[in-house]
Design a protein around this ligand. Structure first.
Ligand code: FES
Length: 209
């Protein structure tokens, strides 16, 4: 586990507020918890702040602590403990999270990280020159059967080759990430076997085709 600290003051914005839609969502979310337990909303609120600004700023941590009437240190503890929270700016067009756990590593994750080093920045969690892309190695994302894989925002891109990852990064860099279908990047149905079904094939047109 690496040391996780807030970003340098030089990149921290002076203030934070939720936009109108997120403020309404936050108020509704806080109300889901019983009276006196509003602090339980800290993780969803931090995640919403990250989705709004791209990363969790110091000002957003202070804002959420005030909203939930929590000591600032308690919110800081949560934000710095969970690696899902980005504590410094990530790429504005894509932050590539490369799974580096054993199944993905055995199936070529190191080659995917080489692509990220070459196309984005040698160092993880460091922006490219334009500020549009960044990458990091993460632990298992639960798609091991389709290893190797990366996460970008909330979508998984699986069964990757270095060449396919390059194409995906190029698409996001061009602002066309929505043209890439998430999931397996080969001819595989979700997590079904490559080449089609191997069991329970009687009367199954996919298996017979
Ligand atoms: S090991 Fe990569 S998704 Fe599980």
């Amino acid at each position: 586990m690496s040391v996780r600290r807030l970003a340098d003051d030089s990149v921290q914005p002076a203030s934070f507020s939720f936009n109108a839609e997120n403020q309404a969502w936050a108020e509704k979310t806080i109300k889901k918890f019983p009276e006196g337990r509003q602090q339980s909303a800290v993780i969803p609120l931090l995640m919403r702040a990250q989705e709004q600004d791209g990363w969790v700023t110091k000002a957003s941590i202070e804002h959420i602590a005030a909203m939930l009437e929590m000591p600032l240190i308690r919110v800081l503890e949560v934000a710095t403990f969970y690696t899902q929270f980005q504590l410094k700016p990530v790429g504005t067009r894509a932050h590539i999270q490369v799974c580096g756990t054993t199944p993905c590593m055995l199936r070529g994750a190191e080659e995917l990280m080489k692509v990220c080093k070459h196309k984005i920045n040698h160092d993880p969690l460091t922006l490219n020159a334009e500020g549009t892309l960044s990458w990091e190695e993460v632990e298992c994302q639960g798609a091991c059967v389709n290893a190797p894989m990366v996460m970008i925002f909330k979508d998984a891109y699986e069964d990757l080759t270095p060449e396919r990852l390059e194409e995906i990064i190029d698409a996001f860099e061009a602002g066309k990430g929505d043209t890439i279908k998430p999931g397996p990047q080969i001819d595989r149905d979700f997590s079904a076997p490559i080449g089609g079904l191997t069991s329970l094939t009687d009367g199954n047109p996919k298996a017979e085709g």
